[in-house]
Design a protein around this ligand. Structure first.
Ligand SMILES: Cc1cc2nc3c(=O)[nH]c(=O)nc-3n(C[C@H](O)[C@H](O)[C@H](O)COP(=O)(O)OP(=O)(O)OC[C@H]3O[C@@H](n4cnc5c(N)ncnc54)[C@H](O)[C@@H]3O)c2cc1C
Length: 241
């Protein structure tokens, strides 16, 4: 059984007690007031009114309004070539873009899917090959009543969901619970709803009204949820990245 402190680390790292590096824990743990319940207390106390998407849209709208932004969505990049003074990016559908400077924000776990010709140093390539922790799904469910409104729980290794918490009340007066998957026993909700329900009920008995989920591990543009380094990764690769 995990201790309270280990449960806090597992919630932050959503990996296993062996593959979560201390680097990210050191950042999140003080922000959580050095206690396992802190991440939910502070994370849920301060929310963006219009959500993360609302913030991104507001920044984007403002940037477009300057008239100085050209953009292209839904254009996955296949390769990046370094020609010396000019960099050339080619999309999967064959379009090509050139510039003398580029910023690459492709996440670590899918960086290796882009073909970099001379444009990425050996350390960055090695970091991309190694990847990071956080191969997980996220499951949101609405449950009957308010009795789990202030509840949170960790199940290690559980039955596929490592941590769950009451995140708010729905318009119907029910509780919205958010759960994250366990890397030790990966859950793919889209493949098995019964197993997903079993994982939910393993942490606490409840009446599930409905659920929605997203499998971050299978997202070809993410390759996992939030970034948590493995032990030794930060010392080896952080400067290069
Ligand atoms: C479920 C979940 C919960 C999280 N919760 C928190 C939280 O509570 N607090 C917190 O601080 N952080 C949280 N994070 C982490 C936070 O979302 C990330 O740290 C942040 O989004 C990283 O920003 P980024 O720009 O580096 O990468 P991303 O936001 O991942 O952006 C990378 C972009 O690159 C695109 N891309 C990938 N491959 C290609 C390609 N080949 N060609 C073209 N485009 C490509 C992707 O589509 C994406 O749009 C969470 C993340 C997840 C998944």
């Amino acid at each position: 059984m995990a201790t309270d402190q280990e449960a806090g680390f597992l919630h932050i790292g959503v990996g296993t007690l062996d593959n979560i590096g201390i680097f990210d824990i050191l950042r999140w743990w003080p922000l959580s007031d050095y206690k396992p319940s802190g991440i939910n207390e502070y994370g849920l106390a301060y929310k963006l009114k219009n959500g993360q998407s609302g913030l991104a849209r507001a920044i984007f709208t403002e940037a477009v309004a300057t008239g100085n932004l050209s953009y292209k969505f839904s254009t996955p990049i296949k390769s990046v070539k370094d020609h010396g003074a000019i960099l050339e990016v080619t999309s999967r559908d064959g379009m090509s873009f050139s510039a003398n400077m580029m910023i690459c924000t492709v996440p670590l776990n899918v960086l290796g899917d882009v073909g970099f010709e001379q444009a990425l140093g050996p350390l960055k390539l090695a970091a991309a090959r190694q990847g990071r922790v956080g191969l997980t799904s996220k499951v949101h469910y609405e449950i009957d009543g308010k009795f789990l409104r202030s509840w949170s729980g960790t199940a290690y290794s559980g039955k596929g969901l490592i941590h769950a918490y009451g995140a708010g009340t729905t318009p119907a007066g029910n509780t919205h619970v958010v759960a994250v998957g366990a890397e030790a026993e990966q859950l793919h909700p889209e493949e098995n709803i019964e197993k997903t329900k079993e994982a939910i009920l393993h942490s606490h008995d409840m009446d599930i009204e409905r659920m929605v989920f997203y499998n971050w591990t299978k997202d070809e543009f993410a390759g996992g949820a939030w970034c948590v380094f493995t032990p030794g990764f930060a010392s080896e690769y952080l400067d290069a990245l």
